[in-house]
Design a protein around this ligand. Structure first.
Ligand code: PMP
Length: 372
């Protein structure tokens, strides 16, 4: 079976598994304990993993807070900013094509009296930076914009957005879950980004672990937010709870490998994507319509309509040979809000399939489509 649902999750690399195993077995110490070797070993392993992730993202080690994944990171930032800065304002700006962990959090905050603007997007799912600028109010406390879309792969112009937020002195959060490991990101190039979410299982690390970047000021003090989890004070008091050392080590190893191979992997993904598009066009010709843009996108993600065919039935039929999806795994029971926001009709949404490739796929593997 050819696995082409890598936006949903990815396979753990063997090196990642090998790095994790000791921390599930003999190295079981709690990194908050002291003096004896398995505690100190766990502490060093977390330190090393944090450094690998910081190198991948281009930030300081102390600007990373480990979480259980991007759902938690998104919740933590949006609720944490809303709560901490509610006396400064109650307006949040986001987009109509965010992941549910951003959208539902914003909807929840609306029930608590917050005012949320959901920006429109163009036909590929990108926001218009002028529209963003025009929607800023005196009461705006946070702007949360997805970096790369999980259904369409389109990248927002985070550079312009970051510059705007810096000029306007407003916090910018970006959900970069789908971009990390597939395209190069160096946070030091984006001084306007205050918060960023990422998740290990999207770049060949384990599930249940992610991180939030929280920017420090010149005195190395983290931007203040209300913690989501209060408790023993781990992760600088922002995210209490005993650290999941084995998962953190796995995420660190996956980050190290992603960093090392980022250029080669991203080029390979583009080659694989082009080949897949070519094979699909040769095989299905006029019966296809691509929803995604062909440029400024996450390499390896395509969203394609098989005209007149029900996507659920097609994904089911493909399943023995090819694993794909009708869109986001997190909202698969409902028609995609992302595809609706780019203006597709319900019939077009219901005939769309997402293929998401990983760098573990080889070009010959794609020949399987010829057997359909
Ligand atoms: N944001 C985006 C853009 C995603 O694609 C996902 C995962 N589908 C998430 C957030 C949630 O990530 P996690 O699975 O780590 O909670």
């Amino acid at each position: 079976m050819l696995y082409l649902d890598n936006s949903a999750t990815t396979k753990i690399l063997p090196e990642v598994k090998d790095a994790m195993l000791p921390y599930l077995m003999e190295e079981f110490g709690n990194p908050s304990s002291k003096y004896y070797s398995i505690a100190e070993n766990a502490k060093s392993a977390v330190k090393e993993a944090r450094h690998s992730l910081a190198s991948l993202l281009g930030c300081k080690d102390s600007e990373l807070i480990f979480t259980s994944g991007s759902t938690e990171s998104n919740n933590m930032i949006i609720k944490g900013v809303a709560d901490y800065y509610s006396e400064h304002g109650n307006h949040i700006i986001t987009t109509k094509v965010e992941h549910p962990s951003v959208l539902e959090t914003c909807r929840y905050l609306e029930t608590k009296g917050f005012d949320v603007t959901y920006l429109n997007v163009d036909s590929f799912g990108r926001i218009d930076v002028e529209e963003l600028k025009g929607s800023i109010k005196d009461t705006t406390i946070l702007i949360s914009i997805i970096w790369g879309n999980n259904e369409l792969g389109s990248l927002n112009d985070i550079e312009m957005i970051s510059t705007l937020c810096e000029e306007q002195n407003i916090f910018l959060h970006s959900d970069a879950t789908q971009v990390i490991g597939k395209a190069e990101i160096n946070l030091s190039d984006y001084p306007g980004i205050t918060f960023l979410s990422c998740s290990s299982h999207k770049f060949h690390g384990p599930k249940g672990i992610g991180a939030t970047f929280i920017k420090q000021d010149q005195y190395e003090i983290l931007t203040q937010i209300t913690p989501l989890l209060h408790g023993g004070g781990q992760e600088q008091g922002i995210r209490s709870g005993t650290l999941a050392v084995h998962n953190i080590v796995g995420m660190g190893k996956a980050a190290e490998l992603a960093h090392k191979h980022i250029k080669a992997n991203s080029q390979k993904l583009t080659i694989l994507e082009n080949r897949l598009v070519q094979i699909l066009q040769e095989k299905f010709g006029n019966h296809l319509h691509f929803n995604n843009d062909s440029k400024d996108k996450i390499p390896g993600v395509i969203s394609v309509q098989f005209k007149g065919i029900n996507n659920e039935l097609l994904v089911k039929k493909l399943a023995p040979l090819i694993a794909a999806s009708t869109g986001s795994a997190c909202s698969s029971s409902k028609p995609s809000h992302v595809l609706a926001a780019i203006g597709l009709s319900i019939d077009e949404v219901r005939s769309t399939i997402r293929f998401s490739i990983s760098s573990l796929v080889e070009i010959e593997d794609l020949e399987i489509f010829k057997r359909l």
